[in-house]
Design a protein around this ligand. Structure first.
Ligand SMILES: Cc1cc2nc3c(=O)[nH]c(=O)nc-3n(C[C@H](O)[C@H](O)[C@H](O)COP(=O)(O)O)c2cc1C
Length: 308
Protein backbone atom coordinates (compact mmCIF):
# COMPACT_ATOMS: atom_id res chain seq x y z
CA UNK A 1 0.00 0.00 0.00
CA UNK A 2 1.31 3.42 -0.92
CA UNK A 3 1.98 5.72 2.04
CA UNK A 4 0.27 9.10 1.89
CA UNK A 5 2.50 11.99 2.82
CA UNK A 6 1.74 13.88 6.06
CA UNK A 7 -1.80 12.49 6.43
CA UNK A 8 -2.34 14.45 9.63
CA UNK A 9 -1.10 17.81 8.43
CA UNK A 10 -3.45 20.52 9.52
CA UNK A 11 -3.63 24.28 9.51
CA UNK A 12 -5.02 26.93 11.77
CA UNK A 13 -5.03 30.30 10.07
CA UNK A 14 -1.41 30.94 9.17
CA UNK A 15 -0.04 28.03 11.18
CA UNK A 16 0.66 24.76 9.45
CA UNK A 17 1.14 21.83 11.79
CA UNK A 18 2.11 18.20 11.41
CA UNK A 19 -0.41 17.06 13.95
CA UNK A 20 -4.05 17.90 14.64
CA UNK A 21 -3.63 16.85 18.27
CA UNK A 22 -3.18 19.49 20.92
CA UNK A 23 -3.69 19.72 24.67
CA UNK A 24 -6.49 21.45 26.56
CA UNK A 25 -5.56 24.43 28.72
CA UNK A 26 -4.88 23.55 32.34
CA UNK A 27 -4.48 19.82 31.83
CA UNK A 28 -0.96 19.38 30.52
CA UNK A 29 1.91 20.75 32.59
CA UNK A 30 5.20 21.42 30.92
CA UNK A 31 6.66 18.35 32.64
CA UNK A 32 4.15 16.22 30.75
CA UNK A 33 6.15 16.97 27.61
CA UNK A 34 8.74 14.51 28.90
CA UNK A 35 6.30 11.66 28.38
CA UNK A 36 5.43 12.39 24.76
CA UNK A 37 7.04 12.96 21.40
CA UNK A 38 6.55 16.64 20.58
CA UNK A 39 6.41 15.69 16.90
CA UNK A 40 2.97 14.33 17.72
CA UNK A 41 1.72 17.62 19.12
CA UNK A 42 0.37 20.31 16.81
CA UNK A 43 0.59 23.10 19.36
CA UNK A 44 0.85 23.59 23.10
CA UNK A 45 -1.85 25.51 24.99
CA UNK A 46 -0.78 26.71 28.42
CA UNK A 47 -2.90 27.05 31.56
CA UNK A 48 -5.05 30.19 31.51
CA UNK A 49 -3.33 33.24 32.92
CA UNK A 50 -5.02 36.29 34.38
CA UNK A 51 -3.77 39.86 34.86
CA UNK A 52 -3.07 39.31 38.55
CA UNK A 53 -2.03 36.13 40.39
CA UNK A 54 -4.81 33.82 41.52
CA UNK A 55 -4.39 31.27 44.25
CA UNK A 56 -7.42 29.33 43.09
CA UNK A 57 -10.18 27.76 45.16
CA UNK A 58 -9.63 25.91 48.44
CA UNK A 59 -9.29 22.10 48.34
CA UNK A 60 -10.69 19.59 47.75
CA UNK A 61 -10.96 20.82 44.18
CA UNK A 62 -10.68 17.65 42.15
CA UNK A 63 -13.06 14.71 42.32
CA UNK A 64 -13.20 11.71 40.04
CA UNK A 65 -16.75 10.64 39.24
CA UNK A 66 -17.85 7.35 37.69
CA UNK A 67 -17.75 9.05 34.28
CA UNK A 68 -15.19 11.82 34.25
CA UNK A 69 -13.70 14.47 36.48
CA UNK A 70 -14.97 17.40 38.53
CA UNK A 71 -12.64 20.31 39.17
CA UNK A 72 -12.84 23.67 40.84
CA UNK A 73 -9.23 24.79 40.45
CA UNK A 74 -10.35 28.40 39.94
CA UNK A 75 -7.71 29.50 37.43
CA UNK A 76 -4.80 29.26 39.83
CA UNK A 77 -1.93 31.03 38.06
CA UNK A 78 0.99 33.36 38.73
CA UNK A 79 -0.50 36.36 36.89
CA UNK A 80 0.63 38.02 33.68
CA UNK A 81 3.88 39.62 34.87
CA UNK A 82 5.30 36.51 36.45
CA UNK A 83 4.14 34.46 33.49
CA UNK A 84 6.11 36.71 31.15
CA UNK A 85 9.18 36.85 33.37
CA UNK A 86 9.40 33.26 34.54
CA UNK A 87 7.15 30.84 32.70
CA UNK A 88 7.38 32.11 29.15
CA UNK A 89 11.17 31.70 28.89
CA UNK A 90 10.88 28.09 30.09
CA UNK A 91 8.04 27.39 27.70
CA UNK A 92 10.01 28.81 24.79
CA UNK A 93 13.06 26.80 25.72
CA UNK A 94 11.24 23.52 26.04
CA UNK A 95 8.72 23.71 23.23
CA UNK A 96 9.45 22.78 19.65
CA UNK A 97 5.81 23.37 18.63
CA UNK A 98 3.78 26.60 18.45
CA UNK A 99 2.77 28.08 21.80
CA UNK A 100 -0.79 29.25 22.29
CA UNK A 101 -1.21 31.41 25.39
CA UNK A 102 -4.57 31.07 27.10
CA UNK A 103 -5.67 34.13 29.02
CA UNK A 104 -8.72 35.64 30.63
CA UNK A 105 -9.58 39.15 31.72
CA UNK A 106 -12.20 40.64 33.99
CA UNK A 107 -13.06 43.51 31.61
CA UNK A 108 -12.60 44.46 27.95
CA UNK A 109 -9.82 46.82 28.98
CA UNK A 110 -8.02 44.13 30.91
CA UNK A 111 -8.22 41.67 27.99
CA UNK A 112 -6.75 44.37 25.71
CA UNK A 113 -4.04 45.28 28.20
CA UNK A 114 -3.00 41.65 28.53
CA UNK A 115 -2.95 41.15 24.78
CA UNK A 116 -0.78 44.22 24.29
CA UNK A 117 1.73 42.99 26.87
CA UNK A 118 1.84 39.53 25.27
CA UNK A 119 2.24 41.02 21.80
CA UNK A 120 5.59 42.44 22.91
CA UNK A 121 6.85 38.92 23.63
CA UNK A 122 8.42 36.70 21.01
CA UNK A 123 7.73 33.01 20.67
CA UNK A 124 3.94 33.15 20.93
CA UNK A 125 2.02 31.81 17.95
CA UNK A 126 -1.43 32.67 19.15
CA UNK A 127 -3.88 33.22 21.95
CA UNK A 128 -6.83 31.35 23.35
CA UNK A 129 -9.28 33.72 24.99
CA UNK A 130 -10.85 31.92 27.89
CA UNK A 131 -14.33 33.37 28.06
CA UNK A 132 -15.71 30.19 29.52
CA UNK A 133 -14.26 29.20 32.88
CA UNK A 134 -17.05 28.11 35.25
CA UNK A 135 -14.85 28.24 38.32
CA UNK A 136 -14.26 31.95 38.88
CA UNK A 137 -16.52 34.79 39.83
CA UNK A 138 -17.03 37.90 37.71
CA UNK A 139 -15.03 36.74 34.71
CA UNK A 140 -14.67 33.80 32.45
CA UNK A 141 -18.09 32.48 31.72
CA UNK A 142 -19.93 35.77 32.05
CA UNK A 143 -18.21 36.90 28.85
CA UNK A 144 -18.86 33.72 26.92
CA UNK A 145 -22.62 33.48 27.27
CA UNK A 146 -23.53 36.69 25.46
CA UNK A 147 -22.97 36.83 21.67
CA UNK A 148 -22.84 40.61 21.74
CA UNK A 149 -20.08 40.62 24.32
CA UNK A 150 -18.14 37.92 22.44
CA UNK A 151 -18.44 39.91 19.21
CA UNK A 152 -17.28 43.15 20.84
CA UNK A 153 -14.39 41.49 22.61
CA UNK A 154 -13.13 39.89 19.39
CA UNK A 155 -13.63 43.11 17.43
CA UNK A 156 -11.58 44.96 20.04
CA UNK A 157 -8.75 42.43 20.16
CA UNK A 158 -8.43 41.18 16.59
CA UNK A 159 -6.96 44.43 15.16
CA UNK A 160 -4.30 44.33 17.89
CA UNK A 161 -2.66 41.13 16.69
CA UNK A 162 -1.62 39.17 13.62
CA UNK A 163 -1.29 36.02 15.68
CA UNK A 164 -3.95 33.33 15.95
CA UNK A 165 -6.90 34.50 18.00
CA UNK A 166 -8.83 31.51 19.27
CA UNK A 167 -11.94 31.97 21.37
CA UNK A 168 -12.75 29.18 23.80
CA UNK A 169 -16.46 28.75 24.28
CA UNK A 170 -18.52 27.47 27.13
CA UNK A 171 -21.11 24.73 26.57
CA UNK A 172 -23.33 26.36 29.19
CA UNK A 173 -25.36 28.34 26.62
CA UNK A 174 -28.58 27.91 24.68
CA UNK A 175 -27.19 28.12 21.15
CA UNK A 176 -23.47 27.62 20.67
CA UNK A 177 -23.77 28.38 16.93
CA UNK A 178 -24.78 31.98 17.63
CA UNK A 179 -21.84 32.53 19.98
CA UNK A 180 -19.36 30.88 17.58
CA UNK A 181 -20.60 33.06 14.72
CA UNK A 182 -20.29 36.17 16.89
CA UNK A 183 -16.64 35.31 17.56
CA UNK A 184 -16.02 34.75 13.85
CA UNK A 185 -17.72 38.02 12.90
CA UNK A 186 -15.62 39.83 15.48
CA UNK A 187 -12.40 38.59 13.88
CA UNK A 188 -11.48 35.41 15.76
CA UNK A 189 -9.34 33.12 13.61
CA UNK A 190 -10.53 29.91 15.28
CA UNK A 191 -12.96 28.62 17.88
CA UNK A 192 -12.22 26.08 20.55
CA UNK A 193 -14.82 24.20 22.53
CA UNK A 194 -15.91 22.94 24.95
CA UNK A 195 -14.83 24.15 28.34
CA UNK A 196 -16.23 22.16 31.26
CA UNK A 197 -19.93 21.95 32.01
CA UNK A 198 -21.39 22.50 35.49
CA UNK A 199 -21.07 19.45 37.70
CA UNK A 200 -21.40 18.39 41.31
CA UNK A 201 -20.95 15.34 43.52
CA UNK A 202 -22.19 14.81 47.07
CA UNK A 203 -21.14 12.24 49.63
CA UNK A 204 -24.44 10.37 50.06
CA UNK A 205 -23.53 9.38 53.62
CA UNK A 206 -23.26 12.83 55.10
CA UNK A 207 -24.44 15.26 52.42
CA UNK A 208 -21.01 16.87 52.09
CA UNK A 209 -20.08 18.25 48.71
CA UNK A 210 -17.07 16.48 47.22
CA UNK A 211 -15.66 19.82 46.05
CA UNK A 212 -15.17 22.47 48.69
CA UNK A 213 -16.67 25.03 46.33
CA UNK A 214 -19.77 22.89 45.73
CA UNK A 215 -20.36 23.15 42.02
CA UNK A 216 -17.39 22.76 39.69
CA UNK A 217 -16.52 21.99 36.10
CA UNK A 218 -17.25 18.53 34.71
CA UNK A 219 -14.94 17.07 32.07
CA UNK A 220 -13.96 13.74 30.56
CA UNK A 221 -15.79 10.77 29.12
CA UNK A 222 -19.26 11.75 30.36
CA UNK A 223 -19.30 15.01 28.40
CA UNK A 224 -18.26 13.52 25.05
CA UNK A 225 -21.72 13.28 23.43
CA UNK A 226 -22.47 16.88 24.41
CA UNK A 227 -19.09 18.11 23.17
CA UNK A 228 -19.62 16.27 19.90
CA UNK A 229 -23.07 17.76 19.37
CA UNK A 230 -21.78 21.26 20.13
CA UNK A 231 -18.81 20.76 17.80
CA UNK A 232 -21.22 19.77 15.05
CA UNK A 233 -23.52 22.73 15.80
CA UNK A 234 -20.71 25.27 15.92
CA UNK A 235 -19.02 23.89 12.80
CA UNK A 236 -22.28 24.37 10.88
CA UNK A 237 -22.34 28.03 11.90
CA UNK A 238 -18.78 29.12 11.06
CA UNK A 239 -16.12 28.98 8.37
CA UNK A 240 -13.06 29.42 10.58
CA UNK A 241 -11.38 26.29 12.00
CA UNK A 242 -12.61 24.64 15.15
CA UNK A 243 -10.55 22.95 17.85
CA UNK A 244 -12.71 20.41 19.65
CA UNK A 245 -12.37 18.91 23.08
CA UNK A 246 -14.52 17.21 25.65
CA UNK A 247 -14.10 13.58 26.67
CA UNK A 248 -11.68 12.52 23.94
CA UNK A 249 -9.80 9.52 25.35
CA UNK A 250 -8.66 7.63 22.26
CA UNK A 251 -8.20 7.98 18.49
CA UNK A 252 -11.64 6.63 17.75
CA UNK A 253 -13.17 9.38 19.90
CA UNK A 254 -10.97 11.90 18.11
CA UNK A 255 -12.17 10.76 14.71
CA UNK A 256 -15.78 11.37 15.68
CA UNK A 257 -14.90 15.02 16.28
CA UNK A 258 -13.18 15.38 12.91
CA UNK A 259 -16.22 13.95 11.15
CA UNK A 260 -18.35 16.43 13.12
CA UNK A 261 -16.31 19.38 11.82
CA UNK A 262 -13.24 19.87 14.00
CA UNK A 263 -9.93 20.70 12.32
CA UNK A 264 -7.97 19.93 15.47
CA UNK A 265 -8.72 18.18 18.74
CA UNK A 266 -7.43 18.79 22.25
CA UNK A 267 -6.91 16.30 25.03
CA UNK A 268 -7.78 17.32 28.57
CA UNK A 269 -8.83 14.79 31.18
CA UNK A 270 -7.26 12.01 29.07
CA UNK A 271 -3.83 13.36 30.05
CA UNK A 272 -4.51 12.59 33.71
CA UNK A 273 -5.39 8.99 32.85
CA UNK A 274 -2.60 8.35 30.39
CA UNK A 275 0.34 10.74 30.05
CA UNK A 276 1.07 9.20 26.65
CA UNK A 277 -2.43 9.83 25.29
CA UNK A 278 -1.10 12.37 22.76
CA UNK A 279 1.25 9.79 21.20
CA UNK A 280 -1.34 7.04 21.14
CA UNK A 281 -4.01 9.19 19.55
CA UNK A 282 -1.60 10.55 16.97
CA UNK A 283 -0.50 7.02 16.03
CA UNK A 284 -4.08 5.76 15.83
CA UNK A 285 -5.15 8.63 13.57
CA UNK A 286 -2.10 8.19 11.34
CA UNK A 287 -2.76 4.47 10.81
CA UNK A 288 -6.45 5.10 10.16
CA UNK A 289 -5.58 7.61 7.44
CA UNK A 290 -2.97 5.32 5.88
CA UNK A 291 -5.36 2.38 5.91
CA UNK A 292 -8.15 4.45 4.37
CA UNK A 293 -5.70 6.25 2.06
CA UNK A 294 -7.20 9.58 2.98
CA UNK A 295 -5.64 12.71 4.50
CA UNK A 296 -7.40 13.60 7.73
CA UNK A 297 -8.48 17.02 6.51
CA UNK A 298 -10.63 15.37 3.87
CA UNK A 299 -12.95 13.91 6.46
CA UNK A 300 -13.39 17.13 8.43
CA UNK A 301 -17.10 17.93 8.58
CA UNK A 302 -18.13 14.98 6.39
CA UNK A 303 -20.31 13.59 9.10
CA UNK A 304 -22.28 11.30 6.82
CA UNK A 305 -19.16 9.48 5.67
CA UNK A 306 -16.91 9.25 2.68
CA UNK A 307 -18.19 7.76 -0.51
CA UNK A 308 -16.50 4.64 -1.78
C1 LIG B 1 -8.00 20.22 36.13
C2 LIG B 1 -8.51 21.06 34.97
C3 LIG B 1 -8.05 22.36 34.82
C4 LIG B 1 -8.51 23.13 33.75
N1 LIG B 1 -8.04 24.41 33.59
C5 LIG B 1 -8.44 25.14 32.52
C6 LIG B 1 -7.90 26.43 32.29
O1 LIG B 1 -7.05 26.94 33.02
N2 LIG B 1 -8.35 27.11 31.20
C7 LIG B 1 -9.27 26.59 30.32
O2 LIG B 1 -9.63 27.25 29.35
N3 LIG B 1 -9.79 25.36 30.53
C8 LIG B 1 -9.39 24.62 31.60
N4 LIG B 1 -9.89 23.36 31.78
C9 LIG B 1 -10.85 22.83 30.79
C10 LIG B 1 -10.15 21.99 29.73
O3 LIG B 1 -9.20 22.76 29.02
C11 LIG B 1 -11.17 21.37 28.74
O4 LIG B 1 -11.84 22.41 28.07
C12 LIG B 1 -12.20 20.48 29.43
O5 LIG B 1 -11.61 19.75 30.46
C13 LIG B 1 -12.91 19.53 28.45
O6 LIG B 1 -12.00 18.63 27.87
P1 LIG B 1 -11.74 17.13 28.46
O7 LIG B 1 -13.08 16.49 28.64
O8 LIG B 1 -10.88 16.47 27.42
O9 LIG B 1 -11.02 17.30 29.75
C14 LIG B 1 -9.45 22.58 32.83
C15 LIG B 1 -9.89 21.26 33.01
C16 LIG B 1 -9.43 20.50 34.06
C17 LIG B 1 -9.92 19.08 34.19
Amino acid sequence: MEQILNPLQTSLGLLTMNSPVTVASGTFALENLDFIDQEHLGAYVCKTITRYPKKGNPPPRLYETEAGLLNSIGLQNPGLDKFIEEELPTLKEKLTVPLIVSFSGSSFAEFAQMLEALEKQEGIAGYELNVSCPNVENEGITFGIDPDVVYKLCALLSPLTNRELIVKLTPNVTDIGVIAKAAEDGGATAISLINTIWGMAIDYRNGRSMLKKGIGGYSGIGIKPLALALTYRAAQAIKIPLIAMGGIYNWQDALEFFWAGASMIALGTANFIDPKAVDKIYDGLASFCQKKQVPLKEIVGKVNGLTG
